[in-house]
Design a binder for this molecule. Structure first.
Ligand code: SF4
Length: 343
């Protein structure tokens, strides 16, 4: 059974009273988190690819224009009070800028004490303190260097790790980490990513790691979903996708990073143009058309569906049109099932 799932989710921004241009932030997106088998999936893309929209949809912070996000089979908007409380506890988030999560007038202890109080996690102060100490230790922080201090007295890395510790306190089932290391030093990146991996391995938490950085996605995740202008262009096992990228856009991303494969350095294809913004509503064609060196007439006339490549992945590109077509729902189920069999 699925714990959290997005099914054919579409999000369009714009329109309204001010008649702003309508743009598609996310198109026909499906993803499943299994109830029993924790997963570690990276969602990778440039800015404007729909990554943050996806995080906000999964957290119930915004509603899809069409499609549904369901928690244990129930659409988020239909959850009753108990279901909503359960969702708020079991689905946690870590965001890009940890500073925004803190009130500068409160010591950092506050962000750790609040969930304990709100969810009744401890019967007295001593138990609460023990829980906090355990959570801090879980992310490699020492009590004496964190508690009793104000947010500005800690480094960005310490503040971010406290947010991971906060998530740990609630014993969540899913952690949605939206660019959690993009604002910290390279030296702290590994520590924070290790905290996420420990959360996944030791506590069975499913992690959705949203990032623009293919290198860290490759280092920590099992599966990867590559987004471009709100659509999935390639998805599958991270090893296969990064080592043998199939979609011209994934090749562009992979070509821009050094991979630990001295025997076969990837030199990249010549891919034209610059990162694109959100896709306006209107004529439909391949969203990568203006940057693609392999464009064909069909690419100007239709949106490529997902084509299945072996059992490992799917690619939305007409270069693979002799392969079987896969729906986005089928892809979500495929990734979910493979995680269950490989764990
Ligand atoms: Fe390039 Fe066509 Fe594939 Fe789009 S569908 S990525 S334009 S080859």
């Amino acid at each position: 059974m699925s714990l959290l799932e997005a099914r054919r989710v579409r999000k369009v921004f714009g329109g309204g009273l001010w008649r702003r241009a309508r743009v598609v932030a996310l198109e026909n997106f499906s993803l499943v988190f299994d109830e029993d088998t924790p997963s570690f999936t990276a969602v990778v893309g440039e800015s404007g690819s729909g990554k943050t929209t996806l995080a906000r949809l999964l957290l119930g912070l915004i509603e899809p224009t069409s499609g549904e996000v369901r928690f244990r089979g129930i659409p988020l908007r239909s959850l009753d009070r108990a279901g909503r409380r359960c969702f708020l506890r079991e689905v946690q988030a870590v965001f890009q800028d940890p500073y925004e999560a803190y009130n500068p007038f409160y010591k950092v202890d506050h962000v750790l004490e609040l969930p304990i109080r709100n969810f009744g996690l401890a019967r007295d102060r001593r138990t609460a303190r023990a829980l906090i100490e355990e959570a801090l230790a879980g992310v490699g922080l020492r009590v004496e260097e964190t508690l009793g201090r104000y947010p500005h007295q800690l480094s960005g890395g310490q503040r971010q790790r406290i947010m991971v510790a906060r998530a740990l306190l609630l014993r969540p089932r899913i952690l949605i980490a939206d660019e959690p290391v993009s604002m910290v030093d390279a030296s702290l990146r590994a520590t924070i990513l290790r905290s996420l991996l420990d959360l996944h391995r030791d506590h069975g938490v499913s992690v959705l790691y949203i990032t623009h950085d293919l290198t860290t996605a490759y280092q920590v995740s099992h599966d990867i979903v590559v987004l471009y202008r709100g659509g999935v262009v390639e998805a599958g096992r991270v090893e296969a996708v990064v080592r043998e990228p199939a979609h011209p856009y994934t090749r562009l991303l992979v070509g821009s990073i050094p991979l630990p494969r001295p025997d076969r350095p990837w030199r990249g294809e010549r891919v034209l143009g610059q990162p694109a913004g959100l896709l306006p509503l209107g004529p439909r064609f391949c969203q990568f058309l203006d940057r693609c060196p392999f464009a064909m007439p069909i690419c100007q006339q239709e949106v490529p569906p997902l084509f299945q490549l072996g059992s490992e992945r799917a690619v939305a590109c007409f270069l693979y049109r002799d392969q079987p077509v896969l729906s986005n729902d089928d892809l979500a189920d495929l990734l979910c099932k493979r995680t269950a069999t490989s764990n």
